[in-house]
Design a protein around this ligand. Structure first.
Ligand code: HEM
Ligand SMILES: *[C@@H]1O[C@H](CO)[C@@H](O)[C@H](O)[C@H]1NC(C)=O
Ligand SMILES: *[C@@H]1O[C@H](CO)[C@@H](O)[C@H](O)[C@H]1NC(C)=O
Ligand SMILES: *[C@@H]1O[C@H](CO)[C@@H](O)[C@H](O)[C@H]1NC(C)=O
Length: 344
């Protein structure tokens, strides 16, 4: 009974705070189809999808960038567009400037979508929702429709963005499984969801500085041919060059003898469960990827998703929806930015 009273009082107190300080989402919370009828006669989600499609038709690499953007925005202070803010005199080091955001891209796609929507209905669609829609649409495009889902909207844009926050919150590719599990647990994700979300590394690329620890990893943790011939050679080729995350997407000349390991044999930068198959063969890029086969708690899920690509598509979609619901800290100020790169 006492517990019940305390819970009720907390609920009332929370509501009062939430009502006075602008909440991180629109009144009524997040809903699917939130923008229906809110942007004159324009279908907001269609504008986002068509713009994403145009950019990706021209440059497929932006697909991975948009999926990563969703993760990096939502994991730090919730999905609030904080990753989009440029440095300014008032805020010289926003999230973007963190080393954890090296290679962040796709911002031009977000700007183009926002410009179209501001023309159609000024001040209606938040940058935070655009990041989520664009990440969802990029996942669908990159998976040839395999990863396809409705996502709720109604987020507001935040006004806080700190590089230190991003550095402290985003996972590090050189850490082990216990650290990864606790990092994701802090955001409410299970070890299984850590495994599911890591499958996003079936697309995109990475800088050598994020996998140079793998050049000296033992044979038990990485295929020696991949380590010595592909990774080492690439890292020596230029100052901090990039390499495809997925061995499947590395060109045949660089792969040499390893071409026969590639799953499937034909490349193409597709979002699919190949990450798990590669992982079982010690053919993944990051230590944090390999760590998932190094622990029984996560290995069982790697096996599960390696065996069933349809299951991964479905579970990845669900995990992205969950990611998209991470909210700003209670009491945060929200707004609809006029431009995604600066607060109003
Ligand atoms: C499990 C912990 C994770 C770690 C340690 C990690 C780390 C990294 C690193 C170091 C890069 C390369 C950045 C660069 O050097 O340019 C990268 C790329 C990428 N990550 Fe993750 N990541 C993790 C989870 C995720 C999740 C949950 C997603 C999305 C659901 C994701 C999506 C991506 C994508 C798509 C790329 C390629 C980006 C591009 O090519 O533009 N990652 N990740
Ligand atoms: C933003 O950062 C860049 C690169 O460090 C710098 O050249 C520029 O002057 C900064 N802009 C502001 C407004 O601080
Ligand atoms: C996983 O569990 C099995 C027995 O259940 C054990 O033999 C093995 O060493 C464990 N592997 C790891 C990486 O913990
Ligand atoms: C793979 O997962 C899907 C989706 O959950 C399920 O319908 C299907 O039966 C699974 N296939 C196998 C071979 O287990």
């Amino acid at each position: 009974m006492k517990v019940f009273v305390v819970v009720c009082m907390l609920a009332v107190a929370f509501r009062l705070v939430a009502a006075v300080v602008v909440p991180s989402a629109a009144p009524g919370g997040l809903t699917v189809g939130y923008y229906n009828g809110k942007c004159n006669n324009v279908n907001v989600e269609s504008i986002v999808y068509n713009t994403v499609k145009d950019f990706l038709d021209a440059d497929r690499s932006k697909g991975a960038a948009l999926v990563r953007l969703l993760f990096h925005d939502c994991f730090v202070r919730g999905c609030d567009g904080s990753i989009l803010l440029d440095n300014s005199t008032a805020n010289p080091t926003p999230e973007k400037m963190s080393g954890a955001n090296i290679g962040i891209a796709g911002l031009d796609v977000i700007d183009a979508i926002k410009a179209k929507l501001e023309t159609a209905c000024p001040g209606v669609v938040s940058c935070a929702d655009i990041v989520v829609f664009a990440g969802r649409d990029a996942s669908r495009y990159m998976s040839n429709g395999g990863v396809s889902f409705d996502v709720p909207a109604g987020r507001l844009d935040g006004v806080v963005s700190s590089a230190a926050d991003a550095t402290n919150t985003l996972p590090d590719s050189k850490t082990g499984v216990a650290t990864l599990i606790s990092n994701f647990a802090k955001k409410g994700f299970t070890p299984e969801e850590l495994v599911i979300l890591s499958g996003a590394h079936s697309i995109g690329k990475a800088h050598c500085s994020n996998f140079d620890d793998r050049l000296t990893a033992p044979d038990s943790e990485i295929n020696a041919d991949y380590r010595d011939n592909v990774l080492s050679k690439t890292c020596k080729s230029a100052p901090n060059p990039t390499l495809a995350n997925n061995i499947r997407d590395i060109d045949a000349a660089t792969l040499g003898d390893l071409a026969s390991y590639v799953v499937p044999a034909v490349g193409g930068d597709y979002l699919d469960n190949s990450y798990y198959k590669n992982n079982k063969n010690n053919l993944v890029l990051f230590h944090s990827d390999w760590a998932l086969v190094g622990s029984n708690a996560t290995l069982q899920h790697v096996n599960e998703y390696a065996a069933n690509g349809t299951l991964w598509n479905v579970d990845f979609a669900q995990a992205l929806v969950k990611l998209s619901k991470l909210a700003m800290p209670a009491g945060s100020v929200g707004q609809i930015r006029k431009t995604c790169r600066a607060i109003n």
